[in-house]
Design a protein. Structure first.
Length: 192
């Protein structure tokens, strides 16, 4: 399931049954709406949830970072599993528009510089907002002059990247792409 829109609010929830009522492992509820707005606009929202098991692989997906996107009115694209949550019918029309949720969220992207950028590649800037890290900027590899590309995220693997993206990601710090340490990332794609 993929939804594009804007965030109204993000909030860490308390103990819930999906997390065995853990006092330390909590979901983050994220309200997705169709226009820039705020928490008052949640009546028609779709709820998306960051779960502890997914969050461990995306430490930048914090409540603060998500709320900054909401406050800045940044367009987002949320991807994940579609799940029917029948436990909250009393919230319909008040804090949600449907019982269907994106749960868990698997990808969070933001619209930046006329393209989608993974939230993992953004960092909170001192002035607020999410700004691109070096991984999202167009870079040229010193190992292969003339190859320019944008790295979609430092946790990507060779199978997920073009050769140009692999060079950009390696230049941004993902040395795992150069398995044999010859200065060429993703040899099956780039060593030609």
């Amino acid at each position: 399931m993929v939804a594009e829109g804007y965030l109204a609010l993000a909030r860490e929830e308390g103990p819930e049954s999906p997390n065995c009522h853990s006092s330390t492992q909590h979901d983050f509820h994220v309200w997705v709406i169709d226009h820039p707005g705020g928490s008052a606009d949640r009546a028609g929202s779709v709820i998306a949830e960051v779960t502890p098991r997914i969050h461990v692989n995306h430490p930048g997906w914090t409540v603060n970072a998500l709320n900054t996107l909401a406050q800045d009115g940044t367009k987002v694209r949320i991807s994940g599993w579609l799940m029917l949550d029948q436990e909250h019918p009393e919230q319909l029309g008040q804090t949600r528009g449907t019982l269907w949720e994106i749960h868990p969220i698997l990808h969070v992207e933001l619209w930046q510089n006329n393209g989608w950028v993974p939230l993992d590649s953004g960092v909170n800037s001192a002035g607020g907002g999410v700004s691109p890290s070096p991984a999202t900027r167009s870079t040229k590899s010193t190992k292969k002059p003339g190859v320019a590309g944008s790295c979609p995220g430092l946790n990507y693997r060779c199978a997920q990247l073009t050769c140009e993206q692999a060079y950009a990601c390696m230049a941004a710090g993902n040395q795992n792409l150069d398995g044999n340490h010859d200065g060429i990332p993703c040899n099956s794609k780039c060593a030609k």
